[in-house]
Write a protein that binds this ligand. Sequence first.
Ligand SMILES: [Zn+2]
Length: 286
Amino acid sequence: MYPHSFSYSADFLYDIILVMDNIFHILVFIFGTFIGSFLNVVILRYNTGKTIAKGRSRCFSCSKTLKWNHLIPVLSYVFLRGKCSYCKSKISMQYPVIEILTGLSFLFIIQKVAISPMSIFYLVVFSILLVISAYDYRHKIIPDGLVFTFIGLSFLRIVIDYFTMKGDISMDIFSGLFISLFFATLWWISDGSWMGFGDAKLALGIGWLLPFCQNVSAIMLSFFIGSIAGIFLLIFAKIVNYKGKLLHLDHEIPFAPFLILATFMTFAFNFDVIGYMTGNIISCFI
Ligand SMILES: [Zn+2]
């Protein structure tokens, strides 16, 4: 009867939903940055004997207790211009970087799986993976406690899939074991110079987190990203050395960050390396 007024209200409703959706995604990002702030504490205190849950945050240089307004993710770093407000010593770039990365990964995970019990599962899993990346980058080691928790959760993903979809899970289990064995072989024949044994454990978790084919695709992508990053690092070192300064290139580049980045790209963006290589004759995403 009133087609015009009807379409107007439908448009209006659509606009409201769109605005609400944007606000929701901004809130997810902000929530992610706060979790990222907590992950920073975990990264810095893990295996140091300090408790993670207790104790106020302090400046690493002057040990003064930080106020609430020094602890707002990303914004505090920007407003303090990366310096402690008491002693003016430099605050590590790790803080805002991890906070932004956590915020972005939370945003993309929620876009991929929407709010559900499984989204909480993936938020926890990728938070652990972010801590592993940063820890491996800092210390060149993957902590057992974290990687075994990750493997356990990944196996749980297979169990959940089995009970919810009743699909065949044997390929998921075997491909994960095969990928891990491949990394363990690289570790063994190179005496640990190409890969650490921690990478073989991490690969088992990745192999079980992603279903078969996607897991293989993610591993291939990690080698692509790793070699491109390696070439850039070598070029960078050449340029720096050419200018007279000698850059000591750390030959032990941690591989976990590449594995984890590739896993995230495959999971969140359906990045299908095998599909691209075969012209989508074989695709890992149905
Ligand atoms: Zn200070």
